[in-house]
Design a binder for this molecule. Structure first.
Ligand code: KPL
Length: 303
């Protein structure tokens, strides 16, 4: 990792690097560029640049981005990570030599866990986390279609970084969330209740509501997540989580969940950063989580 960036940081407009320019990463690269920010994609190929296309409200925008080449030296002082949470470590590893020790790193992803090892292994990073309800799909690798505009919340994991988080949220055009920890757990609960069931039952999100046995599992999963959240200092009524999960299922009824899409495409799923994370925190806090564990085992058996 590079030495702290303060001596080399250009005060004017440091570049935002985007690691994982898939659907959400590509969308945010386009949004940041539209805000006049300097953006560079972390390259997956040897190409010096990549052209992304965003289709939104019947309009199409095209933008050419420079790409950071593998082995490039830094310092990277601002990094937006939009990889899936379970591949964060391997995606980040080649960048570590170029990453400033006090870089601002924003994790914008489903699931939890990456922040734990990042903070433990690189405590100097200013690590912020974000969640989004934007619905984006890619008809081809370089085209993003914004199918449903949602909200994107960003906040700090550590109190001392609240000011940085508020500033970065403004700069990026996200909403600052002082309670991001609770918001992430609530999103985690939704993903734990919906994603594995849709993948196992091979159904769209909305179809879960018509299946009594799926609803019963969703209720139990939510109760377990609520128990773990309470032990984490984030008390919430189990029924409130369950009702929110049902409302999300209804609102995103026509969606194929991200886990179903991953499973169908033969890709590794996020199960270990979703229900698997709940099981791991449950173990650490002596809270039983058998329903979440059963879903992890069932998805693992199919993967
Ligand atoms: O976030 C989602 C996902 O699929 O990962 C939900 C909310 C379930 C919408 O599909």
């Amino acid at each position: 990792m590079s030495s702290p960036s303060s001596s080399v940081l250009t005060p004017a407009a440091p570049t935002w690097h985007v690691l994982g320019a898939g659907a959400i990463g590509g969308l945010w690269a386009m949004r940041l560029a539209a805000r006049g920010l300097t953006v560079r994609l972390v390259a997956r190929s040897a190409a010096a640049s990549r052209t992304l296309i965003l289709q939104e409200d019947g309009q199409q925008q095209r933008q050419v981005f420079p790409q950071l080449q593998p082995g490039a030296t830094g310092p990277i002082t601002q990094l937006l990570v939009t990889t899936k949470s379970h591949v964060t470590r391997e995606a980040l590893a080649p960048l570590l030599p170029a990453l400033a020790a006090d870089a601002i790193v924003v994790l914008l992803q489903n699931g939890m866990g990456a922040e734990d090892w990042l903070l433990a292994e690189h405590p100097g990073l200013r690590l912020l986390t974000a969640i989004t309800t934007d619905g984006v799909y890619r008809p081809d690798p370089d085209t993003m279609v914004l199918a449903g505009r949602g909200e994107t919340l960003l906040g700090a994991l550590r109190e001392a970084e609240a000011g940085v988080a508020a500033r970065v949220a403004r700069e990026l055009g996200m909403d600052y969330a002082p309670d991001i920890r609770a918001r992430r757990w609530l999103k985690l609960a939704m993903n734990c209740a919906i994603n594995p069931l849709t993948a196992l039952l091979q159904c769209r999100n909305g179809e879960l509501l018509a299946r009594p046995e799926a609803l019963a599992t969703m209720r139990t999963v939510c109760a377990e997540v609520a128990a773990v959240m309470a032990a984490e200092g984030l008390p919430v009524e189990p029924e409130v989580l369950f009702r929110q999960a049902c409302a999300t299922t209804e609102k995103t009824g026509a969606n194929l969940s991200s886990m179903r899409v991953d499973l169908d495409a033969g890709r590794a799923t996020e199960i270990h950063c979703l229900n698997g994370y709940v099981v791991a925190r449950g173990l650490a806090l002596a809270i039983p989580t058998p329903a979440n564990r059963r879903l992890v085992d069932a998805i693992d058996a199919l993967s």
